[in-house]
Design a protein around this ligand. Structure first.
Ligand SMILES: Nc1ncnc2c1ncn2[C@@H]1O[C@H](COP(=O)(O)OP(=O)(O)OP(=O)(O)O)[C@@H](O)[C@H]1O
Ligand SMILES: [Mg+2]
Length: 420
């Protein structure tokens, strides 16, 4: 054998080396990202105890066993969508860049509590084809305990705020009841004092005594009704309506207000349009509104220290149209000091009062009652040129369909019940 030549075999390994380096760099990036992720990531084949992949947080939470992975799947449920080739491709295409795939919204989400960890976890899972072609399930769990705690805290705060507002309503209710009870209690006191002095002076016969006693009993009964009506009204915020006679309500309210007006030396006249239809209202509550307005009117006149000739209040009740809807309008006009702009803005505020002995609950309750009857209330100054000569509080209540016919035009009565 003679050597005839050399056979050389040279392979260029630059390219495979570059690819290997790239692959290993890519793998390193991949694992670095997965390891640093503040979510636990695990992959296990379907129907097997084998754990194909687990990142650092998974190992920290669940150790190196598949139990944690299976527990999460069991608690969070599995994706209802069966894996399609398309969704597999999508997962595969993300291999180099796992973070996007991990937060992909295409996966199923569930929020579960894991007692062993004492944590709330948001769990997403999806199917993927493992490198060896097996169908596997990837589970990503994120700790959402801080978010959950914040949510629970704000829910608890909302609950506390709610009960605080219920307490305010209770406070207002108690004030309203106390406020409204003053009227019948004053009346009872008045009747009793009157009877005592007339009996002492031997100026009373049995018939008058009986009448006064009946009036006293009526006021006591009214006091009871007020408590009951305001209580149930505040509780349900729906008035207890009956078809009520306007003239009757007015005379009941006038009788109550008279005591206050007489004490302040204020005249009261009232005018009620004739043949007004009955209205669907809670008469006790509407009467209380009228009494409150007349009382405020008298107090304003007293406060303005008007001379005798200018100490009068007028109550007017007329039918009207508001937005083509028939209503009954009640207005109380006084010759008092009127309303300063800063008072006008706060009239209906609970506990706002410019009076030394005022509770500031009267108008607040009035407006609540009127609006619960689907009515509206308003206040305006009465002017004589540029001079404020008093004010007018008015409110209207819509006539419901059941309340009957509107009055005939021109048929009116005037009842100038004047008291000095
Ligand atoms: N007719 C009026 N003329 C002038 N100011 C009025 C009149 N009515 C109400 N006001 C003003 O509105 C405020 C609030 O009235 P509101 O009836 O709610 O409370 P109050 O009369 O002060 O106290 P209370 O709760 O005992 O009725 C009054 O303090 C007063 O300043
Ligand atoms: Mg008042």
């Amino acid at each position: 054998g003679q050597q005839t030549g050399w056979m050389t075999s040279m392979t260029d390994i630059t390219e495979p080396n570059r690819i290997r380096e790239q692959l290993s760099a890519s793998y390193e990036r991949f694992t670095t990202v997965l390891e640093a992720l503040d979510a636990s990531v695990s992959v296990a084949p379907l129907g097997s105890e084998e754990l194909l992949f687990a990142n650092k947080l998974y190992r920290l939470w669940f150790g190196s066993q598949t139990a944690g992975h299976l527990g999460l799947v069991a608690q969070a449920g599995v994706p209802t969508k069966p894996p399609t080739d398309e969704s597999m491709d999508e997962v595969d295409s993300f291999v180099g860049l796992p973070t996007d795939a991990l937060t992909s919204t295409r996966s199923e989400n569930a929020e579960i509590f894991v007692p062993e960890l004492g944590k709330w976890l948001e769990v997403r899972s999806r199917y993927l084809n493992w490198v060896d072609g097996r169908l596997a399930q990837m589970v990503i769990a994120t700790d959402i305990t801080p978010r959950r705690q914040a949510e629970e805290m704000s829910a608890a705060q909302a609950e506390r705020a709610q009960s605080a507002s219920r307490l305010i309503t209770m406070g207002e209710m108690a004030s309203s009841v106390a406020h409204e009870l003053n009227q019948p209690l004053t009346a009872i006191n008045n009747y009793c004092n009157g009877m005592v002095s007339r009996i002492k002076g031997k100026q009373i016969n049995e018939e008058d005594l009986l009448k006064a006693l009946e009036k006293t009993a009526h006021q006591a009964q009214r006091a009871g009704q007020i408590i009951q009506r305001i209580r149930s009204f505040v509780k349900r915020s729906e008035p207890n309506r009956t078809l009520s006679d306007v003239a009757e309500m007015v005379s009941e309210a006038v009788e109550l207000a008279e005591i206050e007006l007489r004490r302040r030396n204020v005249r009261l006249s009232h005018y009620v349009a004739a043949r007004l239809p009955k209205v669907m209202v809670d008469p006790i509550l509407i009467e209380q509104v009228l009494v409150n307005l007349m009382k405020n009117a008298a107090e304003s006149i007293d406060h303005a220290q008007r001379p005798t000739a200018r100490r009068s209040v007028e109550l007017r009740v007329i039918p009207r149209q508001v937005d083509e809807q028939p209503v009954i309008e009640f207005s109380v006009l006084d010759s008092g000091a009127g309303l300063a702009p800063e008072v006008m803005d706060r009239l209906y505020e609970a506990f706002f009062s410019t009076k030394v002995e005022g509770m500031g609950i009267g108008l607040n309750l009035c407006r609540t009652i009127v609006e619960s009857h689907q009515g509206r209330m308003q206040a305006e100054n009465l002017m004589n040129g540029t001079e404020v000569v008093g004010c007018r509080f008015s409110f209207w209540i819509p006539l419901s369909h059941s309340s009957g016919l509107l009055p005939l035009a021109g048929a009116e009565t005037k009842s100038p019940g004047v008291h000095a």
